[in-house]
Design a protein around this ligand. Structure first.
Ligand SMILES: Cc1cc2nc3c(=O)[nH]c(=O)nc-3n(C[C@H](O)[C@H](O)[C@H](O)COP(=O)(O)OP(=O)(O)OC[C@H]3O[C@@H](n4cnc5c(N)ncnc54)[C@H](O)[C@@H]3O)c2cc1C
Length: 409
């Protein structure tokens, strides 16, 4: 489990260790090697904000000039780009569907059986079977392996991308509604007009370590496969919703009110967030039933990360952190503590946001207001994810090169 840091301290340590490697990242990052020493493996920690993108960028720029770590910073910004893209187009998530509401049965027994075989690592391709098992056992795949595997699922096995994305979402420690859904859509040709991604034996042979290929029994891909055509069209303004403005700081007067603070999985570092100056009468950790049954490695990782977040929040805000499984339990706890305002970090488009959709309506009749906060990083960067990645990177990369990321956390 320490391979994928599940506490803030171990994530900061990993960041520190990885920065030694960071100047070589551009040359080495695409290679899939046993143990993945050439990439950071910080994705689960970043996804749940045990560390923030701003902290990662700031640490890299403190140690190196921009040009030496440009590629690494670019990849870190892909995460924010996908987040911003989906935040402005929530219908893409709604149409793909909340995973819990999606049926495991695609309505076709043959397709369902084929999905199970490929997912379990019982397909004709040795290397894809290796990646299937790696995902089940560790909850992680290298980026290149994710691209190859998704491509194999969609274009070689002719299986629905949505079911592949759902399988990833259940098993990845870093399972993220934006990076995962849009990553799969990109491979399927649903995301970028004219682009699909087809895995080839030549590319896998070039970037996959020979010992992995040998152990897996070779590549085993049919080279005559033609990519399925995607449906991506040109985005129109009608597809986009207004990027909502949410405060980056709590008002000073708020600290005089009876405040409850919600700790949830989208931001497990409240003590470095805009909520840090608050003096809540109670901190409530929202630990709802999962939207999909989670794999064992993912459930274990989350348990460690949540416990770490609760301990740090308890130390910072004083007092114990209480776990609540449902919104009713939260409302009950707030009423018992005569809370006037509930504060929480705004969740992004995804299952947690869906679960919290009814909250304001539930709280208001009890005289409790809900105040949402957002980190500066998200307010500054995410609204720029309106078109393709490179216009976004050109603007945001230039800003970071000039001013760094200090103050954006
Ligand atoms: C089909 C598919 C599904 C994916 N699903 C997820 C997911 O659910 N959650 C997730 O965090 N990433 C996802 N990714 C993106 C990427 O594969 C992982 O973020 C990366 O492999 C994580 O490993 P690392 O931390 O060692 O990355 P590093 O190479 O060390 O990169 C540093 C950080 O940059 C970010 N990053 C790097 N590449 C990408 C990328 N292509 N897109 C978005 N962010 C990136 C991650 O936060 C990562 O931790 C997916 C990619 C594909 C092709």
């Amino acid at each position: 489990m320490m391979e994928f840091p599940a506490t803030r301290q171990s994530a900061l340590q990993r960041l520190d260790d990885f920065l030694e490697e960071a100047p070589h990242y551009a040359a080495r990052r695409n290679h899939v090697l046993p143990g993945h020493p050439q990439v950071s493996r910080l994705s689960a920690a970043l996804r749940h904000r045990l560390v923030t993108e701003a902290e990662v960028v700031e640490a890299a720029l403190r140690k190196y000039p921009f040009r030496l770590v440009e590629k690494f910073l670019q990849e870190v910004l892909w995460r924010g780009y996908w987040k911003g893209w989906l935040e402005s187009r929530p219908r893409v998530w709604d149409c793909y569907g909340v995973p819990s509401e999606r049926s495991e049965d695609p309505g076709d027994a043959e397709v369902a059986a084929a999905c199970r075989e490929v997912a379990a690592g019982r397909s004709p391709s040795g290397i894809m079977n290796h990646f299937a098992r790696e995902l089940l056992e560790t909850g992680y795949l290298h980026n290149h392996a994710r691209m190859w595997w998704a491509s194999y699922w969609i274009h070689h096995c002719r299986l629905p991308w949505e079911l592949g994305a759902q399988h990833f979402f259940r098993h990845l420690l870093d399972a993220d509604p934006a990076s995962n859904t849009l990553g799969w859509r990109w491979v399927a040709g649903e995301q970028t007009r004219g682009k699909t991604y087809l895995a080839t034996a030549a590319n896998i042979g070039k970037f996959c370590a020979p010992e992995l290929l040998e152990r897996a029994g070779g590549v085993g891909l049919d080279e005559h496969v033609v990519a399925r055509a995607g449906q991506a069209g040109d985005p129109t303004v009608d597809d986009m919703t207004f990027f909502p403005e949410i405060p980056n700081e709590a008002e000073v007067s708020d600290s005089q009110r009876r405040v409850a603070l919600i700790l949830h999985d989208e931001d497990l570092c409240l003590e470095t967030s805009p909520a840090a100056p608050l003096r809540p009468v109670v901190v409530l950790q929202f630990v709802p039933e999962p939207e999909l049954p989670r794999s064992e490695p993912r459930a274990q990782w989350l348990e460690l990360a949540r416990a770490d977040a609760a301990r740090r929040a308890g130390e910072h805000f004083g007092g114990e952190v209480r776990a609540c499984r449902t919104s009713e339990e939260i409302i009950h706890a707030c009423s018992a503590e005569r809370v006037e305002s509930v504060f929480m970090m705004e969740p992004f488009v995804g299952p947690l946001r869906d679960q919290l959709r009814e909250w304001p309506a539930d709280l208001l009749p009890r005289g409790i207001s809900l105040v949402r906060l957002r980190r500066k990083w998200d307010s500054v960067l995410l609204p720029h994810a309106s078109r393709g990645f490179f216009p976004f990177w050109n603007k945001m990369g230039r800003m970071l090169a000039k001013s760094g990321a200090e103050g954006l956390s």
